[in-house]
Design a protein around this ligand. Structure first.
Ligand code: LLP
Length: 412
């Protein structure tokens, strides 16, 4: 976590002040803190001390190559759900053995590209299992199992139960038949019940279900429980995920299962958000202030095209005044972006120190599903990304897009 140091009223990030960063790299700016990400990677690796436990970074949360490199240096594996993610993961140094392709409704030519790269694939439906196995006879393959009950911060991110994901348990025998028909070896089960739970209680029953299912299939050498570990976006209302408590339960479930079955599969998890969300924040600039219908609007240069979560899920992100630390005078404001829709809110009714045009604000915890969900809506150029390195230096890791990027692929 950024320590959120202030000097003379201004937030400091390593060796740079908020103003220096904006002067150097422009606004809005995605910032990442290397030390925070490393700490989170280590916490997840320490979740379970079993030698057959593995952590995959779920790269969809943030595919910036500089961050992928950090995940790899910390000894994590990585998942991918597109050939685009695989490409970036390889640029970050991940080997084919360290990548797991988790497919969902994939075009056969993309399967072929993954097969050509000899990367292990996890299949999400019986129909795609047919397609994949026909393309890759003799290969090892995993399947995604839908354990029946999901969890998550919003219905849009609950991915088990009555949703499009996974093969239901009663379809598993047929999956083995399909694999066998093509001389493929079905050796792994994967699940992902959803994104953002802050209690282990939602997760544990699904883990138990998965272990019970896997018990019936001695061929299974890999069991993957997916991601979903939450972070407290609202630090005043929420508590961090209870890692220590969960670690005990998780490890004992796995240990008991191994004792009972005499088997020792690889056990995996796939956290995304937990590893990068708190490491990231957005530094943005106030461009206008106004009062409409009695509401004080703070108009900034960060719209939902660049940070979709508040608009799309109604998600909360803490907002902090980056250049005025005087808490003696505060006002209630609604912070908005610069996109042509009224849903373009970053935070409603926030109590903040007085804000003027050109002031800087910090939107916290944007490291996961921030930049990776950003678009060019309204023909805006996506922001730059900067890494605050462990030595305190600010390093540009992605250039701001240019006007050329917007038209490059157009034919006119
Ligand atoms: N594994 C699979 C198969 C996934 O689909 C996901 C996330 C993860 C792992 C990692 O989940 P995490 O640990 O990050 O919760 N855009 C939403 C979150 C969507 C998650 C999609 N799948 C948000 O901003 O909250």
């Amino acid at each position: 976590m950024y320590p959120l140091d202030r000097e003379k009223g201004e937030l400091q990030f390593g060796k740079s002040s908020a103003t220096e960063l904006i002067e150097q790299f422009g606004s809005p700016l995605y910032l990442y803190d290397e030390e925070t990400m490393r700490a989170r990677c280590r916490e997840m690796k320490n979740l379970c001390s079993l030698p057959n436990f593995r952590v995959y970074y779920s790269a969809k949360a943030n595919t910036s190559i500089a961050l992928l490199k950090i995940a790899r240096q910390e000894g994590l594996h990585v998942d991918a759900m597109t050939v685009g993610e695989i490409y970036q993961e390889k640029l970050a140094g991940f080997t084919k053995e360290e990548i797991l392709f988790l497919s969902n409704n994939v075009q056969p030519q993309h399967f072929q590209e993954v097969i050509d790269q000899d990367i292990l694939v996890c299949i999400d439906s019986l129909s795609q299992l047919e397609t994949y196995c026909a393309l890759a006879p003799g290969k090892e393959v995993y399947i995604r199992v839908n354990p029946g009950k999901g969890a998550g911060h919003h219905e849009k991110v609950i991915t088990a139960g009555k949703v499009k994901f996974g093969i239901e348990p009663d379809g598993i025998p047929e999956a083995f038949e399909i694999a066998k028909k093509h001389s493929c070896r079905l050796t792994g089960f994967q699940m992902h019940i959803g994104s953002l739970f802050l209690q282990g209680e939602e997760f544990t029953p699904a883990i138990q279900t998965m272990l019970d299912i896997a018990k019936q299939y001695p061929q299974i050498e890999y069991i993957d429980f997916g991601g979903g570990f939450g972070i407290p976006y609202d630090r005043e209302q929420e508590q961090p995920f209870p890692l220590e408590k969960f670690s005990e339960t998780f490890t004992s479930l796995l240990t008991n299962w191994m004792e009972e079955t005499g088997r020792k599969p690889i056990f995996a998890i796939e956290p995304g958000r937990f590893l990068v969300a708190e490491a990231g924040s957005c530094l943005i600039q106030v461009q206008a202030t106004k009062v409409n219908s009695g509401i004080k609007f703070i108009g900034t240069d960060l719209g939902f095209n660049f940070l979709l979560r508040p608009e799309f899920y109604g998600s909360y992100h803490e907002i902090i005044h980056a250049t005025n630390g005087d808490n003696s005078q505060k006002e209630v404001v609604t912070v908005v972006g610069n996109v042509c829709e009224s849903g373009d809110h970053l935070g409603k009714d926030r109590e903040l120190p007085l804000i003027q045009e050109q002031d800087l604000l910090l939107i916290r915890d944007t490291g996961a599903y921030g930049f990776s969900m950003a678009s060019n809506y309204n023909s805006m150029m996506r922001p730059a990304e900067v890494l605050i390195q462990s030595d305190g230096k600010a390093r540009l890791i992605r250039k701001r897009e240019t006007i050329e990027t917007l038209v490059n692929n157009q034919i006119f």
